[in-house]
Design a protein around this ligand. Structure first.
Ligand code: C2E
Ligand code: CA
Ligand code: CA
Ligand code: CA
Length: 395
């Protein structure tokens, strides 16, 4: 039987431990941890191991299990033992726990892997709501681990100087000349190489780090643009998070002042998500920005929440028709009509239209005929390094 026997590691996190200690003090916290440890020990065999490995997390190592049902049963028993009320002085407390489980040799070949996997499963248990237990699941957890690793390295990326900007020209559809560049962030990860903003911007938004990163982008783009010929503007992408409860007018004003860039040469690109809540506050913030003299573009128009109504309510200078709409052109049917309707409404409101993701001469021809004033896409140029801009402008 010993040849079939397995080892299981259970990582256990106490529910609400921090809330309890915040309310009842550190001494009660120690008391609770002691109770919890005793109960866990009483629920496992003498050959098994119970250890505390962070403030309110325990690890239980089952030295010999033959079937996963055994582990299931034990996990339930551990949870029940934690849930038995504890009486402390004049209070009665009911604890709970979340458990993540990894089994060797099924999931892991060494103890480090076992711990990492059990922890990943624990993260998933905690994310799924209140308590319970889950086994390591490579499909779900490896993705979570990769994401957690990425997040860890993103935290220091700015300090380690791993970001840079590339610039994609925006072309005047009638003149055929470059009128501005859109700044696009790039992350050169020390091990992974280039990481797409589509992968790390959502993480940066979720953690709030986008505020520091976005501030860096703004300053860097303004500094760069100030070295370009006067007629050339720069467009900078902003996340809605950067506007939440923050004074963007001051931040943008100071970036302009420090770089010496004329306000009229800065375009702020925003997506519709920024308009989803508190219309009034956002409307005010956008108007304040225009008061500085900067221009505002609505990015990704035609995706998700797009509504032509936004165009009437908010003071946009430009809308950027999303590449998903452009991709289907010309289709000789509905798609063309939507693009045409957007362009004519924008014109009637005095808003200019840039079409994004233009890849073919046929798309360009149609967009120009329908009145798009600017175009951007691989047909004209991919994003380029700052050092390539002078030669691009003299071409
Ligand atoms: P976006 O603002 O819509 O930027 C346009 C994206 O389309 C860029 O991808 C650009 O490289 C790509 N693109 C340009 N022309 C073509 C084309 O002809 N065909 C195709 N298939 N793609 C084209 P990128 O640089 O990977 O950026 C992706 C998104 O990440 C951006 O979408 C933007 O939402 C976000 N992002 C990039 N830089 C920043 C930044 O500094 N701050 C914030 N908040 N978001 C950023
Ligand atoms: Ca906890
Ligand atoms: Ca953009
Ligand atoms: Ca876009």
């Amino acid at each position: 039987a010993s040849s079939e026997s397995k080892v299981a590691l259970l990582c256990i996190d106490l529910l609400d431990f921090k809330t309890i200690t915040d309310a009842m003090g550190a001494e009660t916290g120690d008391n609770i941890l002691q109770h919890a440890a005793e109960r866990l020990k009483a629920s496992v065999g003498t050959e098994d191991l119970v250890a505390r490995y962070s403030s309110d997390e325990f690890a239980v190592l089952l030295r010999s299990v033959s079937l996963s049902v055994e582990v299931d049963k034990l996990a339930l028993r551990l949870l029940q033992s934690l849930e038995e009320p504890i009486s402390l002085a004049d209070q009665i407390l009911v604890l709970g726990g979340s458990i993540g489980i990894s089994v060797a040799p099924d999931d892991a070949t060494n103890s480090l892997e076992l711990l990492r996997n059990a922890n990943a499963a624990l993260v998933r248990t905690k994310a799924s709501g209140r308590g319970g237990y889950q086994f390591f699941d490579p499909a779900a957890d490896v993705r979570l681990q990769a994401l957690a690793d990425l997040k860890l390295s993103l935290r220091d990326a700015l300090a380690r100087d791993e970001f840079h900007l590339v610039y994609q020209p925006v072309i005047d559809a009638v003149q055929g000349t470059v009128s501005s560049f859109e700044a696009l962030i790039r992350w050169q990860h020390p091990e992974r190489g280039l990481v797409s903003p589509a992968d790390f911007i959502p993480l940066a938004e979720e953690t709030g780090w986008i505020i520091a990163i976005g501030g860096w982008v703004l300053r860097e783009a303004c500094k760069q643009a100030a070295t370009w010929p006067e007629g050339i503007s720069v467009a900078v992408n902003f996340s809605a998070v950067q506007f939440e409860g923050r004074n963007m007018e001051a931040e943008i004003g100071s970036a302009l002042k420090d770089s010496g860039l004329a306000p009229g040469r800065l375009v702020i690109e925003l997506t519709e998500t920024i308009l989803l809540q508190d219309d009034d506050a956002k409307n005010k913030a956008l108007r304040a920005l225009r008061g500085l003299g900067v221009r505002i573009a609505m990015d990704d128009f035609g995706t998700g929440y797009s509504s032509l109504g936004y165009l009437r309510r908010f003071p946009f200078d430009t809308i950027k028709i999303d590449q998903s709409l452009v991709r289907g052109l010309p289709d000789g049917a509905g798609g063309d009509a939507i693009v045409y309707a957007v362009i004519s409404l924008a014109h009637s409101l005095g808003i200019s239209v840039t079409a994004e993701g233009v890849e073919t001469p046929a798309q360009f021809e149609l967009l120009r005929q329908q009145g798009a004033s600017h175009v951007q896409g691989y047909l004209f140029s991919r994003p380029v390094q700052a050092s390539e801009i002078p030669s691009l402008l003299t071409r």
